[in-house]
Ligand binder design. Structure first.
Ligand code: ADP
Ligand code: GN1
Ligand code: MG
Length: 366
């Protein structure tokens, strides 16, 4: 686990021209990857300003300059599409004009303007909230349709290459560096039994029915900001994994997280199921946001996207558990295992309701 010192954080803050005097620096948000801080400043007239300061996780993002270049280019591109500053993330450059400050331990510090009067939800509080998140992620794909995808860096190679994730998982089972494999045989068997499924999307791409698009790749609803008053979508955040990918995996990861009836780390598995009404609402909002971009073949693969992301994410949690919890932030020893178990329950529930999921999606074909 990376431990960031106070001295490092202070040095990080000093690299940016934040307005006013810094009066606070508070760990912020519930992301599993980066170290995020809320920076509060006070201007001479007493008004307060807020910023987001982040230490990018360079264990996860091995080429941080490429991450920052993608974000800089994509946010500049999106800014051309709107006059509203809250509708696009704004990367603040360092005092010497760079997209990040690299400290003496090799940590990358970057800053964003804080999106004010907004909400970032861990769970949708209503169907409308979920619909709005769906519109935001759909529009993200719509607006980036004309962005030259081939010029984007692949910030995490094979990020949603599920067969590769499965191979990594099998390696972790064989290595069993923490001696945990014996206690999770049921979970291991679950993923082994579904091996044939993992190549479904990649095979569809090879067949020419599932194109690569510019996608977000981490479409949890806590990566969307809503306007606090109107509760309509403002913008999509956490842009580190923007890469060429499949539309249906962006759809699917949102379902995995937001259409589950319980939290990602719920211990009581009887509470975990797929909410088909939410699934429908999200499909509606996502396709509305995409503005007719997706073909019928892509639309028909949306249930597969949901199941794939849920299977893949659970497999990643279990892999990390077997590897000794080196990737995702965890709060206690079996945190990754609990997360894996909710994802398994969710996949099982999707399988039990597969025909209904397919029927729901079929009505959106054109
Ligand atoms: P991680 O990759 O660790 O998930 P995020 O970039 O998603 O990091 O940031 C973590 C949390 O910080 C978000 O879920 C959100 O609550 C908050 N956040 C990030 N950027 C902003 C911003 N520009 N304005 C307001 N809140 C933000
Ligand atoms: C991580 O960074 P965050 O918390 O938004 C992870 C996603 C997982 C998710 C599971 C770069 O997302 O891929 O789906 O946790 N991000 C990365 O909650 O690995
Ligand atoms: Mg996030």
């Amino acid at each position: 686990m990376r431990i960031i010192s106070l001295e490092q954080t202070v040095k990080g803050i000093q690299q940016f021209d934040f307005k006013g005097t810094v009066t606070g620096c508070i760990p912020y948000g519930n992301g599993h990857i980066n170290d995020t801080y809320l920076i509060v400043t006070r201007l001479e007239d007493g008004t307060q300003c807020r910023y987001i300061l982040q230490a990018l996780n360079t264990d996860v993002f091995k080429n941080p300059d490429q991450v920052l270049e993608n974000i800089d280019r994509v946010t500049s591109f999106l800014r051309e599409k709107t006059d509203d500053p809250r509708k696009v993330m704004t990367l603040i450059h360092t005092k010497d004009g760079k997209t990040a400050y690299v400290d003496n331990r090799g940590f990358y510090w970057r800053a964003f303007t804080f999106i004010e009067d907004s909400l970032c939800l861990e769970r949708p509080e209503s169907t409308d909230d979920f619909y709005q998140c769906a519109v935001a992620f759909g529009q993200f794909q719509y607006y980036l349709d004309s962005f030259p995808a081939e010029t984007l860096h692949e910030t995490i190679p094979d990020f949603h290459n599920t067969p590769k994730r499965f191979a990594d998982f099998l390696n972790a089972v064989s290595a069993d560096v923490c001696g945990r494999a014996a206690s999770v045989q049921k979970e291991i068997a679950f993923y082994k039994a579904r091996e044939d499924f993992y190549s479904v999307l990649i095979d569809s791409n090879k067949k020419g029915i599932l194109p690569l698009r510019v996608t977000h790749n981490d479409t949890k609803i806590n990566n969307v900001m809503l306007d606090a008053k109107t509760r309509t979508a403002l913008c999509v955040i956490d842009l580190d994994t923007i890469m060429p990918g499949f539309s249906v995996t962006d759809f699917g990861d949102s379902i995995r997280f937001g259409a589950s009836t319980a939290a990602e780390d719920e211990k009581d598995l009887s509470k975990v199921s797929i909410d088909l009404a939410m699934f429908d609402v999200y499909a509606d909002g996502f396709l509305t946001g995409c503005g007719g971009l997706l073909s019928n073949d892509e639309i028909r693969l949306m249930p597969e996207g949901a199941k794939m992301m849920t299977a893949e994410c659970g497999m990643r949690f279990l892999t990390d558990y077997l590897n000794g919890d080196t990737y995702f932030k965890t709060a206690y020893e079996t945190h990754n295992l609990d997360r894996c178990r909710t994802q398994i329950k969710l996949v099982e529930d999707m399988e039990a309701h597969w025909d209904e999921m397919k029927q729901i999606i079929e009505k959106y074909t054109h």
